[in-house]
Design a protein around this ligand. Structure first.
Ligand SMILES: [Zn+2]
Length: 250
């Protein structure tokens, strides 16, 4: 699936030269606020303290504030806090982590990502890895040495970044898969497809979902992410909650 990265950085966005150092790690963060507050803070002339390369919204939108070639201000620590670092790569390298990291902010508070946000973040991790490969010919392995959380760099000031609910094991598992989870069509036999059609067809007959979802079952192009989404829509509408059932994949 192709996603769009929307450039949001401006002349006030904090960044520096990486000093020739190639990014070799990805650091995950939680924004502790909304996407629009993140946009305005990272673009504000009054912000002299922080920035990140990317922000991933709850609806799956991806905003970019700093070019990968440059260093963002997301993971800096003072020398006196180095002994508290728990991330092995940060201990091993011993220099300002901003120099060799790419940072992803996630809209939210406790790390509990929406499905759209999770899929966008997985895609973005892959995009960054490919970018580093294309630009510098270096590999950025998807393991817990190279893909880390802010709390591992600054456990005292940022113990809850990206938060207790951040889906670490699911993220590592998804990153190790060759394909995007949301690119894969549901793996089902004829009987299973018929069951899915029966469920969605009944919901269509009750006016709870649009026909396009049933058509995707008939075409056998429905993905796991879409199925999860449409079941959530059916459930919400059964409870009288008004939701937007547009295909999140566009
Ligand atoms: Zn953080």
């Amino acid at each position: 699936m192709t996603r769009e990265i929307i450039w949001k950085g401006n002349e006030h966005t904090n960044s520096n030269d990486r000093g020739g150092i190639v990014p070799v790690a990805i650091v995950n963060h939680i924004s502790a606020g909304t996407m629009s507050s993140m946009d305005s803070w990272f673009r504000s002339p009054g912000n002299q303290v922080s920035s990140a390369h990317f922000g991933v919204a709850k609806d799956g939108r991806i905003h970019q504030y700093v070019k990968i070639e440059r260093m963002a201000w997301a993971n800096g620590i003072t020398a006196d806090r180095f002994p508290l670092v728990t991330a092995p790569i940060v201990k091993d390298l011993g220099i300002n982590p901003n120099l060799y990291t790419v940072s992803i902010e996630h809209e939210g508070t406790d790390g509990d990502l929406t499905e759209e946000q999770f899929q966008a973040s997985v895609w973005l991790h892959r995009y960054i890895r490919q970018y580093v490969r294309d630009k510098w010919g270096k590999d950025l392995p998807f393991d817990d040495y190279h893909v880390i959380g802010h709390f591992q760099i600054d456990p005292v000031r940022k113990p809850n970044c990206p938060g207790p609910k951040f889906p670490w094991s699911r993220l590592y598992k998804a990153l190790k898969n060759e394909e995007d989870e949301d690119d894969m069509v549901i793996k089902a036999d004829d009987w299973m497809w018929k069951q899915i059609y029966n469920i969605l067809g009944a919901a269509y007959n009750q006016g709870k979902i649009e026909w396009q979802w049933c058509q995707k079952v008939l075409d056998r192009t429905l993905t796991p992410a879409e199925y999860t989404h449409v079941l959530a829509v059916i459930n919400a509408r059964a409870q009288g909650i008004d939701v937007d059932a547009e295909n999140p994949a566009g």
